[in-house]
Design a binder for this molecule. Sequence first.
Ligand code: SAH
Length: 348
Amino acid sequence: MRGLIDTLRDHHKLASHEYRELLTMCAPEDVKYLMDQAREVAQGQFGTGIYLRGLIELSNVCRNDCLYCGIRRSNRNVSRYTLSRQQVLACCEQGYKIGFRTFVLQGGEWGEERSQWIADIIRDIRHGWPDCAITLSLGEHTRETYALWRDAGADRYLLRHETHNERLYRLLHPQGMTVQHRLQCLDRLKELGYQVGAGIMVGAPFQSLKTIVEDIQYLIEFQPHMIGIGPFIPQHDTPFARFPAGKVDLTARLYAILRLAQPQALIPSTTAMATLSPDGRLRGILAGANVVMPNLSPEDNRKLYALYDNKAALGAESAQGIKKLENELATIGYHIDWSRGDSPSTQK
Ligand code: SAH
């Protein structure tokens, strides 16, 4: 098994049955070796610094109907909100004071008629905080919309591909959504010069080892700058309410595999990890993740942005919360890196 791990570390690629072996191996010393190697590679790139991204949950209004997601259109039990421009800018103001240098605007997917409104906000952030990176995570849009937002000053875009497997994609999404379109969006984003993030949910209903391996292979082929992976967690008002949550262990193992495959990738230890386990976030970092995304959204809106149940809150939006995060990171020998944290592959 160590031979496989060394090969992945040195050549960044394996055959599909070899990924399967890494995903299923259970000897604790092999798992430890994988984690140790992943951490060493991450530290070779980023040291023991962890980048922060300030998440601003712009709106829970969504035209889409993804079967796993709590803010899907057909969920009538959500009261819908959209932050005002002033509220978004106030989040940035507060985040900047604490030290954040990346803001992530995430939200449900809107129609293209509102793209201009978002472009205006991007422009305001760009002018207000020229030294900050602006990341968007607003779903699938036309090339025109992506170009408009890029011109307005957005730097990065997170769009998890969710799965590369056509059949599984159809089982997770409403009719009309296709994996082809999702991947086309990712290609367009890259062409437009965004730093792009793709990724999956681990333990999504109907997922199998086979589809996970296909997703690893897609990620290695696509080479996103960022890789967003978190465990699936059921939300009680969705068709997947009764499915079990994904596993923290398997998610961490994927972080490690992808870290070895793509040493320079920015890999967040996601909120879903922290939701399933009190030490989930640290376990992600110990598996080679190097980013944490605290929530900067206004307190009152947070419970309305319920993609899944019991979402963890870090409290890092306050200076006090940051201290807590710092202390937590210190227990495993890490610290916050306050820089913008661009992808090493795009730095001059
Ligand atoms: N609407 C945007 C962004 C918001 S959703 C988009 O579609 O890209 C952001 C991510 O949350 C999704 O890509 C999905 O992978 C994840 N997510 C949604 N529902 C979830 C659930 N029930 N459990 C875990 N992750 C979930």
